[in-house]
Design a binder for this molecule. Structure first.
Ligand code: NAD
Ligand code: UFG
Length: 348
């Protein structure tokens, strides 16, 4: 009776694997390291003191996924695997549609063949696109503004069709807001490739001296200080949301969307100030033009996840900053340095 975690070597997947193992679940991890390093799997084992099976499998390879189901008693899938960089999706749409959509279709086809109908899917608040009102609730009309967002929206629709065709399916669509932070051990965290696109890894890389200054995208938004507002959520809170969603899908059938956010919005300047408090020195920044495609303000109405999943985000901004910073200081180059040391990771 195992939970299959696709993309389990990645940022959110690795934190979720820790929570699953700590809660006593048996897990099987599938990843092809398209955007992660084997070292993260080793650290999951070190942190939890538990072993798990790992498959170096690409979701584009249908028969390799099938082998995972043949060799293990999979009862549910938490599906993180996908590409996630908005800018890259604009320049490489075919890569994104192929990887995210075909990968998910292959996974669902194998699940259906083996009668595994419990699925927790990583969606995103990006499916709300531009909205007039905040907080964002699950029943708003959805729209996508870039190819990455369209893959999430299309997959949500595909999964709706799947449930309509067969009511054995039990699916949670988890719409994450802005995941930040790292495990409190400081041993795993977000490890972006190259120059980060997202605010928090950019701030910590400026603070650690890898980058010279932060560019704040836009100082003229209709927000309390003119900079963009987002709902930052600690990755461990997010990971716990997956365990709650798993319990919910395993006892029901249906398809439901849930926002996973704190319900609190912080501006870019709020985030800079919070990091300055934790780090104890100023973070150099400069306000520049808006980034095309950015919404001014986004935060969740997280009441549905609270009521139906019994889930709440517990960790505040200070803990998010402290944990992000600990990971950055411990491993300024992310998992990179350790990469060559791993030899037989699939024996984990
Ligand atoms: P990540 O890139 O760290 O993790 C994704 C993992 O999937 C990586 O380990 C990657 O190697 C793996 N992967 C990608 N394509 C694969 C394939 N074809 N076969 C096998 N493995 C594959 O990303 P993350 O931040 O952990 O995000 C996890 C999920 O959550 C993604 O689907 C992402 O779109 C979604 N999401 C992330 C955010 C965010 O800000 N981090 C926000 C909303 C939604
Ligand atoms: N920002 C800066 N400078 C930077 C990076 C970001 O000022 O160098 C600002 C942005 O303009 C925005 C805020 O910081 O106001 C947050 O930006 P992020 O790039 O960290 O996050 P986004 O809200 O733009 O997008 C993230 C993920 C998307 C996901 C979305 C909703 O990157 O994939 O949250 O979940 F779709």
């Amino acid at each position: 009776m195992s939970i299959l975690v696709t993309g389990g070597a990645g940022y959110i997947g690795s934190h979720t694997c820790i929570e699953l193992l700590n809660a006593g679940h048996e897990i099987v991890v599938l990843d092809n390291f398209l955007n992660s390093k084997p070292e993260s799997l080793k650290r999951i084992s070190e942190i939890t003191g538990k072993n798990f099976k790992f498959y170096d499998v690409d979701l584009l390879d249908y028969s390799a996924i099938e082998s995972v189901f043949l060799e293990n008693g999979i009862v549910a899938v938490i599906h993180f695997a996908g590409l996630k960089a908005v800018g890259e999706s604009v320049s490489m749409p075919l890569r994104y549609y192929n990887n995210n959509i075909v990968g998910t279709l292959n996974l669902c086809r194998v699940m259906e063949k083996y009668g595994v109908y419990n699925l927790v899917f990583s969606s995103s608040a990006t499916v709300y696109g531009f909205q007039e009102q905040v907080p964002l609730s699950e029943d708003l009309p959805l729209q996508a503004t870039n190819p990455y967002g369209r893959t999430k929206l299309m997959i949500e629709e595909i999964l709706q069709d799947l449930y309509a065709s067969n009511q054995n399916w039990s699916i949670a669509l988890l719409r994450y807001f802005n995941p930040v932070g790292a495990h409190c051990s400081g041993q795993i965290g977000e490890d972006p490739n190259g120059i980060p696109n997202n605010l928090v890894p950019y701030i910590t890389q400026v603070a650690v001296g890898t980058l010279p200054e932060l560019k704040v995208f836009g100082g003229d938004y209709q927000t309390h200080d003119g900079t963009g507002v987002r709902d930052y959520i600690h990755v461990v809170d997010l990971a716990e949301g997956h365990l709650k969603a798993l319990v919910n899908v395993m006892g029901n059938s249906g398809i439901k969307a849930y926002n996973l956010g704190t319900g609190i919005g912080y501006s870019v300047l709020d985030m800079i100030r919070a990091f300055e408090q934790v780090i104890g020195r100023p973070i150099p920044y400069r306000i520049v033009n808006r980034r095309p495609g950015d919404v001014s303000i986004s935060f969740a109405d997280a009441s549905k996840a609270n009521e139906e999943l019994n889930w709440n985000a517990n960790k505040g901004l200070d803990e998010m900053c402290r944990d992000s910073w600990r990971w950055q200081v411990n491993y300024p180059n992310g998992f990179e340095k350790e990469y060559e040391k791993i030899s037989a990771v699939n024996q984990l």
